[in-house]
Design a protein around this ligand. Structure first.
Ligand code: ADP
Ligand code: MG
Length: 286
């Protein structure tokens, strides 16, 4: 099984005056069982790319392998429903996927659609709602009444309730407060590390990439401009700076300390190690 793109391109509104080529010759292999970040400027094609993973968008050219399925340009995809059960996608704009009268019904919709009996579907929905940190008093509210952050949590719960093998999350922490964002990232990390889910996450937050992800794909102008592992990506700040990305706080701090005469080895990659390394040097010299 694999998840890969071979020579994939995508054109919006083909044959109209609005025709726009949003993806060009994408060649990419996503590592299963890992958490991969997709980053890049707005308009670089991140959302278009990830919507190919559950055939919400279809390629104009090329082939996509996803688990045991193949999506080929110009062919009608087969077994769409089972694909969407295995690959759960949370949209960048959660209101696109909320449509039931109540939060609980919305989250239970997925499992019910896959034949899970009502009672069991409700149980799965409640479990998912607890995981994303939504209190019981919102269960009977309309999803439309909720705040942006709560809507996003409902959308994420709706996907978790289906227990997909692959989770695709398009800017899942946008609209959440910083504490909410961290708890959501920890949830994804658990789902990846403890439950073996393959996770693809579109984000602008370099702290999230640095602290939670294994690999990183950089999109630019509808192409993959870089695909590497996170350790390599953040080995120093030169790659980020070259791509016009603000490096994570720890790396900026390391740069500042080096500029001020401290010796900071490359493998110091967390706050505790950095504090110890600096304390040693201060004690030795002071
Ligand atoms: N439905 C659409 N019709 C036409 N153009 C679109 C559509 N959706 C996105 N685009 C264009 O495709 C490009 C890539 O968009 P998108 O994949 O949403 O980028 P990102 O998620 O990186 O911000 C942008 O220039 C955007 O304007
Ligand atoms: Mg987007």
């Amino acid at each position: 099984m694999s998840i890969s793109f071979e020579h994939v391109s995508h054109i919006y509104s083909k044959g109209t005056p609005y025709e726009y080529k949003a993806l060009t010759d994408i060649n990419l292999e996503i590592e299963e069982g890992k958490m991969t970040a997709v980053i890049g400027q707005t308009g670089s094609g991140k959302s278009t790319l990830v919507q190919h993973l559950n055939a919400l968008l279809l390629p104009e050219e090329g082939t996509i392998h996803i688990l045991d399925r193949v999506i080929t340009a110009g062919e009608k995809p087969k077994k769409l429903k089972s694909l969407r059960g295995d690959v759960g996608l949370v949209f960048q704009f959660p209101e696109y996927q909320l449509f039931e009268e109540t939060v609980l019904k919305d989250v239970a919709f997925g499992p019910k659609n896959f034949g899970v009996p009502e009672e069991e579907a409700q149980k799965k929905a409640k479990q998912a709602l607890r995981l994303v940190g939504l209190p019981e008093d919102v269960y009977e509210k309309s999803p439309l009444e909720l705040s942006g952050g709560q809507k996003r949590r409902v959308a994420i719960a709706g996907i978790l309730a289906m227990n997909p093998k692959v989770l695709v999350l398009d800017e899942p922490t946008a609209g959440l407060d910083p504490k909410g964002a961290v708890s959501m990232m920890s949830l994804f990390w658990d789902l990846n590390k403890k439950h073996g889910k393959t996770i693809l996450i579109v984000t602008h937050d370099m702290e999230h990439v640095f602290h939670y992800c294994d690999n990183v794909v950089v999109m630019a102008d509808g192409r993959v401009s870089l695909h590497t592992n996170v350790k390599e990506f953040f080995k120093d700040t030169s790659l980020c700076k070259g791509l016009n990305i603000l490096p994570p706080a720890l790396l900026r701090m390391k740069d500042l300390l080096k500029e001020n005469g401290f010796d900071v080895p490359e493998d110091v990659m967390d706050e505790t190690a950095l504090a110890k390394c600096i304390a040693r040097q201060v004690k030795k010299n002071g």
